[in-house]
Every structure is written in structure tokens, then in C-alpha cells.
Ligand binder design. Structure first.
Ligand code: HEM
Length: 454
């Protein structure tokens, strides 16, 4: 057949059986665990069947059958396109917000519960100023935020609390103990020391996040109003050293956003710090199972302190996030028709980038191993891309603050205690790491170090 009569290429589509496997093995588990607020019980059940390992295998089977894709999921109602190839994932993420907007229909439905003006769901002309506002307040690209002093002091207090709490619990750190101290740290860093014990603000956010798990539920308007009013007061007091003060400084500056816009960036920060806590707890479990790495981190902290020089501590957090990405599905919606080697994709399609597939797929040698060194002078293990913080113009604006705080906390803790796994779910250096690891069931044993400063 001559090229002039060739039929136009059409994106490959999954068969009915493949669609059923992707829906039940990939999409339903992502939604069931709670997209905005994790559900501990369901996350535990999904861990028991190692659901993310199965999800990667399912998507690899689709890739073997249809090629690198993208591949359209044969579903009524929503045009869903699976991105199966690393370079396609880069293209989508680099092409943000046009022609691939992060403000997908699904994300807007969910996040509208508590941050209708958040940058992640902002469209058109609203997005650039809100992005600039976030970058300016969070100092995106600067590994040591201008408020690092307050941050590291708050980290030291958090580490001391964790050590004391674990000691009172037979030397074992549980998720519940960790989370309590973690949220005190987060409120201090984001809102200031006076908010350290203001549980109301994070409890209200939890109520809104729980509702956001069901995107179509009616808005919780009273809770949202109360929550945002509290944030507004914190922004007003702009406690020196807090991220709210950094934000307030920008409101008075030249970026050109409204006060409501500024207030509504903060819910995203508080919400996203939950993921940072999970990554830290998982990193502790990894270090408990890899004493050599724990020692390396300790030696680094003793000689270089925290901050960008603490490259290995940061790498441990990055590796925890590669193994168990806290945003397992990075979503984009096309704002116009786009052309792909497999065929065109119409405007309004939902592109799904499955981070575990990129991070662990393809059978690379470090896929299921703890390999922090690969982050020291590269982009992490395997061909990647590793995208725990996304990539491109909508890459996480808080990445530097996250890595500063979490690596400092690891360093502080390891200065004081030796870690060992405490079950019931333990990781081991000589076994492949699981595809799914619920943070809620993790326990780590702390043993006081005789040489510790405290
Ligand atoms: C381990 C912790 C975190 C991880 C893994 C993470 C990851 C991500 C990812 C994957 C995105 C892109 C989402 C998408 O494209 O749909 C994102 C966006 C964002 N993150 Fe984070 N995040 C973390 C913590 C934080 C924190 C603590 C802050 C603020 C203090 C923050 C601020 C933001 C902002 C403002 C955006 C929106 C960027 C935009 O739309 O331009 N993140 N984050």
C-alpha cells in the first residue's frame, strides 16, 4: 500500500481483558488507598498483596504487547492514556502546563475541597503568578532555605521528642508516635512556634482531605472557611522564621497575587508534608535494615552537618521516595490534540504516568534494592526517569525544603540512636524490597548510642 493511501495511525488500545487488569490492579488500588489522605487499613491490605509490584507487572505486560505506547485504556466516559515510556513521561512533564496541564478534572474535583486557588489546580493566566509565589516563599532551587535556622532547631526538638517517646515505649518507634511529633514539627516550620500545638488546624485539614478522597462529595464549606480563617491569622502574624513569614513577605512584594491566593498555597504545603513524614519513616526502616548505610550517614553528619553537604542523608530520602513514591500517579490533561509515534491523542485526554513503573520497571539491577549512592552524582538508580517530585515546570516547589528537613531529622536521630528493625513488617538487605510498604505498620527500635551527645 502506498503511503498516500495508508490509514492514519491510531493509538493502540488495551483489550477488554487488559483493561480489566489495569483497572482492578492499578487504578482501583490507587484510588482505594486514598489519593489525598491515605487510609491506613486499606493501605495495609494492599501491602499484604504487594499491590504495586503487581501493578508494575501489569503495565509491563501492556508494554510488551503494544510497544512503548502511549496506550489508550478502553474505557467509556474518560479518555485515559497510559504513558509507558520514560522519554514520553519526560515529554509530558516538560510540556506542562501547555499542552499538558496538571489541573486535571480529577485533581480539581478533589483539591477544590481545601485549596481552590492552589497552584497545582490553577489554570490559564492564574498559574504563573501562583507558581512564582510558591517558588519565592519556598526558595525553590535553594538547598538551604533562608529560614533554615528555625527549621533545624525545630528538627532537633522533634528528634529529642522521638527519642524520649520511643524510650517510653520499650525503645520502639511506631508510626503513631512518629506522626504526632512530625506534625508538631510541620506546624512549627510552616506556621511558626505558636502553632506547634494547634492540632485544630491540621485536624480540620484532615477532615477536608478525607472528603477530597471522594472528589464528587459536596464541599465541606464550614470546615473549609474555619480552616482558611486560621491560616489567614497565621499569615497575619507571620512569625519570624516560619514559611508563613516567607509567604507574607511575598504578598507585600511584587508578585501580584491576592491575599486569598497566598493563603491557599499553604494547605498544599501542610498536606504535602504528610508525604515527607511517610518518606522519613520509611527511610528509618531502610536504615534499620542497612546498618552500613546508617553508619555512612552518621559519619557524614558528624563531618558535614545538615544542608546540601549532607548529600548522603538526602540521597536516603530520595531513595525511600524512589522505592515507594508518595505520588504514585502523576496526572496531566491535554489541552489540545497531541501527536505521538503511535498516533494522535485528542484534547482532553488524561495522561497517567505511573511512577513505580518508571522507578522499578524494566528489571534493572537496583530496582528492588536500597541504592542511595546512585543519587549522589546522578538521578537515582536505573534508566528512570525517577520522578518522585515530578519534573518540568510543575515539579514540586517544596523539594528543597523537604530534603533539608527530612535529611536533618535522619542525621539528628542517628547521632543519638542505633536503629534495628522491630517488626511486624521488617525489611532486610538480603531480600528484595517490597513493592508496597505501608508506613502505618512500620516500627523501628532505637538503642541509645553510648557516644551520643545527648
Ligand atoms: C516527600 C514530600 C513531597 C513529595 C514526594 C512531593 C511531590 C510532589 C509532586 C509529585 C508534585 C507534582 C504533582 C503533580 O504533578 O500532580 C508536587 C507538586 C507540588 N509540591 Fe510537592 N511533594 C512533597 C512535599 C511538598 C512540600 C512539603 C511542599 C511545600 C512546603 C510541596 C509543594 C508543592 C507545590 C507547591 C506543588 C505544586 C507545583 C506546581 O503545580 O507548580 N511539596 N509535589
Amino acid at each position: 500500500m502506498s503511503s498516500s493511501t495508508a490509514r492514519p495511525r491510531r493509538l493502540p488500545r488495551t483489550s477488554t481483558a487488559e483493561t480489566a487488569r489495569v483497572v482492578t490492579g492499578v487504578l482501583v488500588p490507587l484510588i482505594a488507598r486514598g489519593l489525598i489522605l491515605r487510609r491506613p487499613r486499606i493501605t495495609g491490605l494492599l501491602e499484604a498483596v504487594d499491590v504495586d509490584r503487581r501493578a508494575v507487572a501489569t503495565l509491563e505486560a501492556v508494554r510488551r504487547r503494544h510497544g512503548a505506547g502511549p496506550v489508550r485504556l478502553r474505557l467509556p466516559g474518560r479518555r485515559i492514556v497510559l504513558v509507558l515510556d520514560g522519554s514520553d513521561a519526560r515529554r509530558v512533564l516538560d510540556g506542562t502546563p501547555e499542552p499538558f496541564t496538571p489541573a486535571t478534572h480529577e485533581k480539581r474535583a478533589a483539591l477544590d475541597q481545601f485549596e481552590p486557588h492552589g497552584v497545582l489546580i490553577s489554570q490559564g493566566g492564574d498559574r504563573p503568578a501562583r507558581r512564582r509565589l510558591n517558588e519565592a516563599a519556598l526558595e525553590t532551587g535553594n538547598p538551604v532555605h533562608g529560614h533554615a535556622e528555625l527549621m533545624t532547631a525545630a528538627v532537633a526538638a522533634c528528634a529529642a521528642e522521638l527519642v524520649t517517646a520511643a524510650r517510653a515505649d520499650d525503645g520502639v518507634l511506631t508510626w503513631d508516635t512518629f506522626a504526632d511529633a512530625w506534625w508538631r514539627l510541620v506546624r512549627t516550620v510552616v506556621l511558626g512556634g505558636s502553632a506547634r500545638d494547634d492540632r485544630r488546624v491540621t485536624d480540620d485539614l484532615a477532615v477536608l482531605r478525607r472528603a477530597a478522597n471522594w472528589g464528587f462529595l459536596p464541599r465541606r464549606r464550614r470546615t473549609r472557611a474555619r480552616f482558611l480563617a486560621r491560616l489567614d491569622r497565621h499569615l497575619d502574624s507571620a512569625e519570624p522564621g516560619s514559611l508563613s513569614a516567607a509567604l507574607a513577605a511575598q504578598v507585600q512584594g511584587e508578585i501580584g497575587t491576592s491575599r486569598a491566593d497566598a493563603v491557599e498555597q499553604v494547605p498544599q504545603w501542610l498536606f504535602a508534608f504528610d508525604a515527607a513524614g511517610m518518606a522519613t519513616m520509611r527511610a528509618l526502616a531502610l536504615l534499620a535494615a542497612h546498618p552500613g548505610a546508617a553508619e555512612e550517614l552518621r559519619v557524614e553528619a558528624a563531618s558535614r552537618g545538615c544542608g546540601p553537604a549532607a548529600a548522603f542523608a538526602r540521597a536516603c530520602v530520595q531513595e525511600s521516595l524512589r522505592l515507594w513514591p508518595t505520588t504514585p500517579a502523576v496526572l496531566r490533561e491535554s489541552t489540545r490534540r497531541t501527536a505521538w509515534r503511535a498516533g494522535p491523542v485528542p484534547e482532553g485526554s488524561l495522561f497517567v504516568i505511573h511512577a513505580p513503573l518508571l522507578h522499578r520497571g524494566g528489571g534493572h539491577q537496583d530496582a528492588d534494592r536500597f541504592a542511595p549512592h546512585a543519587w549522589l552524582d546522578g538521578a537515582g538508580p536505573g534508566p528512570g526517569p525517577n520522578v518522585p517530585f515530578s519534573a518540568g515546570p510543575a515539579r514540586c516547589a517544596g523539594e528543597d525544603v523537604v530534603l533539608l528537613l527530612t535529611s536533618a531529622l535522619l542525621a539528628r536521630l542517628l547521632d543519638q540512636v542505633d536503629l534495628t528493625p522491630a517488626g511486624p513488617r521488617t525489611l532486610a538487605a538480603d531480600r528484595p524490597l517490597p513493592g508496597t510498604l505501608s508506613p502505618f505498620g512500620l516500627r523501628v527500635r532505637f538503642a541509645q548510642r553510648s557516644s551520643s551527645a545527648t
